[in-house]
Design a protein around this ligand. Structure first.
Ligand SMILES: Cc1ncc(C[n+]2csc(CCOP(=O)(O)OP(=O)(O)O)c2C)c(N)n1
Ligand code: SF4
Ligand SMILES: [Mg+2]
Length: 273
């Protein structure tokens, strides 16, 4: 074959995604995160043995987009459903994919207890600071002064309280192997988010414990911004309030799994017999 006519594929849709076109608005970052999850599973050879659990929210139809077995949970119940699936199929890779309304409002209890139990699941948490699917109501992660459909004068902490920093909160729990926050606002940050998501799946493969990866995301439609303005709003407002970073990593702390880390902590606190 003439080498000048030989072509080489350098970029393609990951096998972990189906051919279905995404249902998301222009400029919405749900699609970017889907791709990062699918690429991670492909690269780790886990796509064919993965079961995903999708939420209620704009990603409710993500079962059409991921090319693995998928289940759809009632609003907020994804960690409970994922727990059941993982316990019945301990050798499967199980992930939940949840928005902030789903994970941090109606599903807070399931989230906290799945993390405290150290369930071997990978939770991908899309924080766009709003209820996207239902038209832009205030979420637990909406910022102080943020204007939403249900806070038309801006979120007032006096009446609506302060936003939840879920990653920081869960990072205090012994069942958590990895708690990290990333952002998908620039190519560099997207690459960092990919590494973080892949690491989270590696931790499940290696049976280390529960992992949470929060992704700062955009909702241009309900923020009332165009896609470029939405990225700028994320950078100027969301990222300072929710700083990206690794908040708990038991491997970096020198432990193999959450049981080892918890035992060492008990010993430090003098609670062992
Ligand atoms: C039990 C129940 N309560 C309320 C709703 C309505 N509802 C659907 S999606 C949603 C919020 C979605 O927001 P989020 O989880 O942040 O996802 P996003 O659309 O922003 O990605 C709500 C309240 C529902 N479907 N079921
Ligand atoms: S409403 Fe917001 S979160 Fe939902 S698809 Fe559109 S931009 Fe994305
Ligand atoms: Mg949301």
């Amino acid at each position: 074959m003439n080498p000048s006519t030989t072509s080489r594929v350098i970029f393609q849709r990951p096998r972990g995604l189906t051919d279905a076109p995404f249902s998301y608005c222009p400029g919405c970052t749900h699609g970017i995160v889907h791709r990062l999850v699918a690429e991670s599973l492909d690269e780790l050879g886990l796509t064919d043995t993965t079961i995903g659990v999708v939420p209620v929210g704009c990603s409710v139809t993500a079962y059409n987009f991921f090319n693995c077995d998928m289940a759809q949970a009632a609003h907020g119940r994804a960690p409970a459903v994922a727990t059941g699936i993982k316990r019945v199929h301990p050798h499967a890779t199980v992930f939940s994919y949840q928005g902030d309304g789903d994970l941090a409002a109606i599903g807070t209890a399931e989230t906290v207890h799945a993390a405290a139990r150290g369930e071997r699941i990978t939770v991908i948490f899309i924080n766009n600071a709003i209820y996207g699917m239902t038209g832009g109501q205030m979420a637990p992660t909406s910022l102080p002064e943020q204007i939403t459909q249900t806070s038309p004068y801006g979120r007032d902490p006096q009446t609506a309280g302060y936003p939840l920093r879920v990653t920081e909160m869960l990072s205090t729990l012994d069942g958590v192997a990895l708690a990290q926050r990333v952002s998908v606002d620039t190519p560099r940050n997207i690459r960092a988010a990919k590494r973080a998501i892949k690491r989270a799946f590696e931790y499940q493969r290696d049976d280390r414990g529960y992992t949470l990866t929060e992704v700062l995301s955009t909702c241009p439609t309900n923020w009332g911004l165009n896609p470029t303005e939405a990225i700028a709003w994320l950078q100027e407002n969301l990222a300072p309030y929710y700083p990206p970073g690794v908040y708990r990593d038991i491997v970096a702390d020198g432990f193999q799994n959450v049981a080892e880390a918890a035992a060492a902590k008990r010993e430090r606190l003098g609670e062992t017999k």
